[in-house]
Design a protein around this ligand. Structure first.
Ligand code: HEC
Length: 118
């Protein structure tokens, strides 16, 4: 009985430690997930408009996506572009994936992880 008050704290520590240990593997898999989403014609469909390394039959309506980390060192900028590029450029052809709920925040985050490897 006396040990009971300590349990939640112990559990929290365990959860935190497990999450910490798992994070490198998770980072790896979000890059893979992001690539899949970006190439998926029913999801990101980025290849319709962008040349992306490793992607088949790209279109050229938008610029080639490369050296992304140099161009956009701040990942929040990329999230903003994916969420709603019309904010930067009202005339853009690029769909506002976040605003239109074509992609969830989590999917956008995975795609940004992938973009940062290009
Ligand atoms: C219908 C065409 C279209 C689709 C689909 C599209 N884009 Fe774009 N994208 C563009 C255009 C055009 C631009 C050029 C900037 C502008 O129009 O504001 C652009 C710009 C960008 C930029 C900035 C590039 C730079 O060099 O500054 C990024 C990053 C980007 N798109 C990522 C994506 C990703 C990731 C997807 C898929 C989830 C995607 N785009 C889907 C048309 C598209």
């Amino acid at each position: 009985m006396t040990a009971f008050p300590c349990k939640p704290a112990l559990l929290l520590t365990l959860v935190a430690l497990t999450g910490f240990a798992a994070s490198p593997a998770r980072a790896q898999s979000t890059v893979a997930d992001g690539e899949k989403l970006a190439f998926d014609r029913g999801k990101g469909n980025c290849l319709t408009c962008h040349v992306i390394r490793g992607g088949d039959l790209p279109g050229t309506i938008g610029p080639e996506l490369k050296d992304i980390k140099t161009k956009y060192p701040d990942r929040n900028e990329l999230v903003a572009i994916l969420f709603d590029e019309t904010k930067r450029n009202p005339q853009t052809m690029m769909p506002p994936f976040g605003r239109n709920r074509l992609l969830t925040d989590q999917e956008i985050s995975a795609i940004v992880d992938f973009l940062q490897t290009l």
